[in-house]
Design a protein around this ligand. Structure first.
Ligand code: ADP
Length: 423
């Protein structure tokens, strides 16, 4: 049994990746939630269950008996309330659901300043929202509060009430002390909270029924999962302090592997635990959304080939789509700066890419000033990763090697997490 399976549960479908012990990708498969299935209002847990079965079946039959470990990555902050049998009592609340404003505000009286629970989208605020708003007879049946990845994992190993400390960060779990903090006791929610273990640690063998149905080995180990964005980081191959991954999507997201933990709520910086290291992250509102506002992807591709990355542009922009920035500059009123626009599009794009590279460099500087390990190398993910001119500009400005991440699939990162139990 030399293979590990990673599963990523996304918003449009599920992906599965099989890796060998040499980390090489053997197979990847996906399942998209079909339009018919997704008719409003979608029964998400059923779609996830159907998707899980579909990706397991899509793994070639001859490989399945060799799968020794499985881990699941789910969307951070997508949560479920289930009865004693693991049946959802109400529709899941999704990662971006911000209805728990009042609950997040009430938590400021208990949680330390800067705690990730102090946001309307935090798992804890959502749980409190359910207590406040669900009919009493539904709330009283609740026995397990789970994250998406916990629940999908439980479909495989059959044990409810277990989570990992990546998913549990926004639930209030203290990842430094590895326990729920004392201030959470007064909330009276203890009975619902999952037991939290390290991502990738073995939870239990796969259930005999699942093993039989899908031709998986009886001693296939199901491991604690992680969040989709940490799985994507793991996929990049970064593993020593100072290695970082920048995601150049609609926004700029920075993650730096560090020996020291850094948390700074005004800048929206917080740290995930990765074994005995820390994954320090920050996100800027600037990014590819501004590029897309002015140029199509095709234009970006062609114009970028005409940029001379070694020659500095004299332009200094701050490409935001609306006022307000948190990281690396904390200024809720910061105005977008997108003028003057030169005559030639290629010059304008050069200025935009260089300005975004300066924001990225300032971001890493900020993380280091606050105590993170010195930046050594940057891997890149997201739509901008393939832009070679931009890569060269970023390398010049940040003064360290910059390259595209070899892998960016969260399912691949989840498979690497599972692989640890086989080594
Ligand atoms: P998200 O998932 O955040 O929407 P993606 O990772 O899919 O983002 O990346 C999309 C972004 O990538 C868009 O904002 C687009 O402008 C940008 N993009 C696409 N192609 C290029 C390119 N060749 N150079 C720079 N940026 C690009």
């Amino acid at each position: 049994m030399a293979l590990a399976l990673g599963i990523d549960v996304g918003t449009s479908g599920l992906r599965a990746v099989v890796v060998a012990t040499d980390r090489r990708l053997r197979v990847q498969c996906c399942h998209e939630y079909s339009q018919g299935e997704a008719a409003a209002p979608p029964d998400w847990p059923r779609l996830w269950q159907t998707g899980l079965r579909a990706v397991l079946v899509a793994v070639p039959r001859e490989l399945r008996p060799q799968i020794g470990a499985i881990a699941v990555a789910g969307t951070s902050g997508t949560v479920m309330l289930c009865d004693g049998a693991g049946m959802p009592l109400t529709a899941p609340l999704f990662y971006n659901d911000g209805r728990a404003q009042a609950e997040a505000k009430a938590l400021t009286a208990l949680a330390p300043a800067g705690s990730p629970v102090l946001s309307a989208t935090s798992s804890l605020a959502k749980l409190l929202w359910w207590r406040q708003h669900l009919p009493a007879e539904i709330w009283q049946q609740g026995q397990y509060f789970l994250h998406q990845a916990d629940w999908i994992g439980a479909q495989l190993h059959g044990h409810l009430g277990i989570s990992d400390y990546h998913n549990a960060l926004k639930l209030g779990y203290d990842v430094g002390a590895l326990r729920y903090p004392a201030w959470m006791v007064s909330l009276g929610l203890d009975a619902l909270l999952p037991q939290v273990i390290a991502p990738g640690d073995a939870i239990s063998l796969i259930t005999p029924t699942m093993a039989r149905q899908f031709g998986l080995p009886r001693d296939c180990q199901v491991c604690a999962g992680t969040t989709d964005s940490i799985a994507a980081f793991l996929a990049s191959g970064a593993y020593t302090p100072g290695e970082a991954v920048t995601s150049l999507g609609s926004t700029l997201v920075l993650k730096l592997l560090s020996q020291q933990r850094v948390d700074d709520s005004p800048f929206g910086i917080y740290s995930h635990r990765l074994g005995d290291q820390w994954l320090v992250g920050g996100a800027s509102n600037a990014g590819g959304a501004a590029l897309r506002h002015f140029f199509s992807d095709e234009q970006l591709h062609h114009l970028s080939q005409r940029i001379r990355p070694d020659i500095p542009s004299s332009l200094d922009y701050y490409p935001l789509m609306q006022p307000g920035e948190r990281f690396p500059i904390n200024d809720p009123a910061l105005s977008p700066r997108l003028t003057p626009r030169p005559e030639r599009d290629v010059d304008f794009l050069h200025g935009l890419l260089e300005s975004l590279a300066r924001i990225e460099a300032l971001g890493y500087e900020r993380l280091q000033t606050l105590g993170a390990s010195p930046l050594q190398r940057v891997y890149t993910a997201g739509g901008g990763a393939r832009n070679q001119a931009w890569t060269a500009i970023r390398q010049r400005i940040m003064g360290c090697p910059v390259s595209a991440a070899a892998q960016t699939e969260a399912a691949y990162g989840a498979a690497l997490l599972a692989l640890k139990t086989l080594q």
